[in-house]
Design a protein around this ligand. Structure first.
Ligand code: N01
Length: 539
């Protein structure tokens, strides 16, 4: 339903709610608050249209690694029935088209002001309102502030000596311009995470020469991106009630049943068979979580999985020296990667691998990149696939001030920490979608859960005539401690990755996620609601 809203319900405010962000989270928040609840909502996005992450990440090969049937919203049966796709995974243009359709279907664009950055937001204790200021100097006020700034959207672009003297083109995958043609060029790529491996696979057949600057070798399993026919898609549609029920009660929410078998109880030879089947089925999360329930918990089972992948690398990559460089030395505990024949790319004559852990990048020259050993790679273009300042990167760019003028930057000086991944003590009526200490999953079902909880909470406040809500500091500290305890039961903290902020020089390492799974997370949200929000302070 699309509702026409004419006036604010909040005296003295321009709007009832301000939403920042036009990705999955922001769009759903506008829909829930405006169309379902009849609130007067204003939304902003820096981009020229909807899409969020999928608006900016238009790099060659961009693909979701969540299967097509569940990389979408679940809240609208008709929208689910309209869904269509070609292959097991959605490409970036397909996801962007999907989000555009969602925006059309629910008339969401009419609430948005695009090409507009929010530069500051301030909570006024006297009026109980949030005030935002845009980069154009406009101001607006509202009772509720909902931030859908993106978990992985503030780009990380490391600086290198001499970069300004480089005569070629430089691109970052997270801000990819339209109309780039790299065919026939000598291209360098820095970074081999989920993004880098997709770009490498897509560009290798197009460019004259591709030089991969790899700092950490990666465990990559096949993605299994085969075509999906109408019959298969119809079967998903016919079973969506059970599918979404399962997803929302699962851990990683990737649309498969996670293993309940402990690998530690299974002989090594049998583990090998299970890993081989998973390798054939494809999917990074499937390989880590559908095989055994302790790949990311038990050192021994993790080593089995890692050794299995290492043996695959040795088999696939023809040059033993390149295979050696591609073989990871650390544990298998980053967000799992998957792609189509990643290691096979290195058998191509036009692809070379520079191990910049052994021989670091010393500087950019006018012609390319020089390594510490003195080797210079001449390049027409360099791609930074160097990832994101995850979770808080976009928050700390905005001057966000809560009670007493406390800034979010100060609050997060020891790393971004929050209550239920959505709220902060001293920041009343501010709701973050995918904020710190939220679930680590396939994101659409998690952010749907959050937006629905936010919307219920706001509805309760309005029904009860409340002015403000915020968590107690004790509740927030206890939630952060829960996140820490759960994370320490896994192997994830032992690997250096963006999950704990380790990829950004100078960023404090922090437990930024709730690794207890979506099902348990949803139960936690339910119990906060059922308790009458006893962990909250109301005004
Ligand atoms: O970023 P990353 P990403 N010199 O941080 C290297 C989601 N996503 O954009 O590992 C040299 O993982 C860095 O090296 P190292 C998904 O959640 C999903 O690839 O730190 N190298 C690493 O290789 C994913 O996990 C999809 O040693 C430098 C790379 O850059 C998340 O986004 C697709 C460097 C960064 O890897 C982030 O993935 C894409 C330096 N100074 C993204 N600085 C899908 O759905 C960094 N690196 C498939």
């Amino acid at each position: 339903m699309i509702r026409n809203v004419t006036a604010t319900k909040t005296p003295g405010a321009d709007f009832d709610a301000i939403v920042i962000g036009g990705g999955f989270g922001g769009l759903y928040a506008v829909h829930k608050l405006r169309n379902d609840q009849g609130l007067h909502v204003k939304a902003y996005d820096n981009a020229s249209d909807v899409g969020g992450t999928w608006y900016w990440n238009r790099y060659p090969g961009a693909l979701s690694d969540t299967e097509s049937f569940c990389y979408r919203f679940s809240f609208d049966k008709e929208l689910l029935d309209q869904g269509s796709w070609q292959t097991r995974y959605l490409t970036q243009p397909e996801i962007l088209e999907y989000l555009n359709n969602v925006a059309d279907r629910f008339d969401l664009r009419s609430s948005y002001q695009f090409n507009t950055k929010i530069v500051s937001t301030r909570f006024d204790e006297a009026t109980g309102l949030w005030h935002v200021v845009t980069d154009k100097g406009e101001t607006a006020s509202a009772k509720y502030l909902i931030t859908g700034l993106g978990l992985l959207s503030a780009i990380n672009k490391p600086t290198f000596c001499g970069i300004d003297d480089y005569a070629g083109d430089i691109y970052h995958t997270g801000a990819w311009p339209e109309g780039v043609d790299l065919s026939g060029k000598r291209v360098g790529i820095i970074g081999t995470g989920s993004t880098g491996i997709q770009v490498i696979i897509a560009l290798a057949p197009q460019v004259k020469h591709l030089t991969v600057f790899q700092r950490s070798a990666q465990y990559v399993v096949p993605i299994g991106n085969w075509p999906e026919d109408t019959e298969t898609i119809d079967t998903y549609k016919a079973n969506y009630d059970e599918i979404w029920k399962q997803i929302k009660s699962s851990n990683v929410a990737f649309g498969f049943v996670e293993s309940t078998v402990a690998g530690i109880d299974v002989p090594e030879a049998e583990r090998e068979c299970v890993f081989e089947e998973a390798w054939q089925r494809g999917g990074g999360f499937r390989f880590m979580f559908e095989t055994f329930n302790d790949v990311a918990i038990s050192d021994e089972v993790n080593t089995s999985a890692a050794n299995f992948i290492k043996r695959k690398i040795a088999k696939i990559v023809k040059d033993p020296e390149i295979a050696r460089k591609l073989t990871p030395g650390d544990i298998y505990a980053k967000r799992p990667l998957c792609a189509t024949d990643y290691y096979g790319v290195y058998n191509r004559k036009n692809v070379s691998l520079a191990d910049v852990k052994d021989d670091p990048i010393a500087e950019f020259t006018t012609r390319g990149i020089r390594l510490a050993s003195g080797i210079e790679h001449e390049l027409d273009a360099v791609i930074f696939a160097t990832g994101f300042d995850a979770v808080d990167g976009n928050y700390t760019k905005i001057d966000i001030r809560g009670r007493g003028g406390v800034t979010i930057r100060d609050k997060w000086a020891d790393g971004p920490l929050g209550y239920l991944g959505m709220m902060e003590a001293d920041f009343p009526n501010m709701f973050m979608i995918l904020g710190p200490n939220g679930p680590f999953t396939n994101l659409p079902p998690s952010l749907e859960s959050q937006v629905e909880w936010i919307s219920d909470t706001i509805a309760t406040m309005e029904a009860d005539g409340r002015s403000t809500i915020e968590p107690t500091q004790e509740a927030e500290d206890a939630w952060v401690e829960t996140c820490r305890t759960i994370a320490n039961m896994t192997l994830f903290p032992k690997a250096e990755s963006w999950i704990f902020g380790a990829n950004i020089p100078g960023k404090k390492n922090a437990v930024m996620f709730y690794l207890g799974g979506l099902g348990n997370y949803r139960s936690e949200l339910q119990s906060v609601r059922n308790s009458g929000y006893e962990s909250m302070i109301f005004d």
